[in-house]
Design a protein around this ligand. Structure first.
Ligand SMILES: [Cu+2]
Length: 278
């Protein structure tokens, strides 16, 4: 992030649909700025005009019909000129971008996210495309994704409410224990971006951050293969340890990061299901 004006300006947008959020913010900035300028001008004129003793200000309780009409007109301008338009524009942008979940898109990369005090766990389905199987890839505070493909996340929390926040992708979703939420985004730029928690979730909330690495397709495939090999190695090591009489999970996970899949299985989602990847 080499923006010299940061944090005065918005974070750099590296996503397909981020401009939609920026457009709504720009509209709100300009429209409320115009109303602020008009109000400041009215006040300034009133102060300057009634400055001398010759033009005494006339006080009113605003009970006259004319006063009420002026107040109602000003209120209507704000309500319909700014608020209603902002709501409609927001709904449009959500419909055109953020709510178009890639349920039927076979190219979408699906990842399960589990928040906990104070870290992010990520679980990829591995080569078989199925979660909660032996070849799942599990990472901590590190989400790697390929460029120009939809990334579809399903999220839950182990303990308290967190919020998965991607400032450079204009996306944020609450991560709630006992519930499953979802979000999607499409990276347009290779680079490393910040993952933050946007809900105050305890003493070390400020430490709850991760890295989102956007890679080219080849590098992502190479990383996936390496991670899959590591998973297989861990699984075989766990089997050896397990046969020696311990209770180590044999699927190569730490058990902690595996919480997501069991939570997903037991918590009803609000009407969507992972479609199995090809
Ligand atoms: Cu948090």
């Amino acid at each position: 992030m080499s923006n010299p004006l940061w944090p005065i300006t918005l974070p750099h947008d590296a996503s397909l649909h981020g401009h939609r959020v920026d457009a709504v913010l720009a509209y709100l900035t300009v429209s409320t700025g115009a109303v602020f300028a008009a109000m400041a001008a009215v006040l300034l004129v009133a102060v300057l005009f009634h400055r001398g003793r010759t033009r005494q200000a006339r006080y009113t309780h605003g009970a006259r019909t004319r006063d009420r009409l002026v107040a109602a007109a000003a209120g209507a301008v704000v309500l319909f000129g700014i608020d209603a338009v902002a709501v409609m524009r927001t709904a449009d942008q959500l419909r055109l971008g953020f709510w178009r979940y890639p349920d039927a898109d076979p190219s979408a990369l699906r990842v399960e996210v589990t928040g906990q005090q104070w870290a992010w766990n990520f679980r990829y389905p591995g080569a078989d495309g199925q979660f909660e199987t032996a070849d799942d890839i599990v990472t901590l505070n590190e989400l790697r994704v390929p460029i120009n493909r939809p990334v579809y996340l399903q999220l839950t929390s182990k303990d308290v409410v967190h919020s998965f926040y991607l400032p450079n992708f204009r996306n944020k979703i609450d991560v709630i224990p006992g519930a499953v939420t979802r979000m999607w985004f499409q990276p347009q730029e290779i680079g490393v971006f910040e993952i933050a928690c946007a809900q105050h979730c305890g003493a070390w909330h400020y430490k709850m951050r991760g890295e989102l690495a956007v890679m080219d397709e080849g590098s992502f495939a190479a990383w996936s293969a390496r991670a899959a090999a590591d998973t297989a190695l861990r699984a075989s090591a766990a089997t050896v340890v397990g046969s020696a009489g311990t209770t180590q999970p044999a699927d190569g996970t730490s058990g902690e990061a595996g919480a997501m899949s069991s939570a997903t299985a037991s918590v009803p989602s609000d009407g969507w299901t992972w479609t199995s990847a090809p």
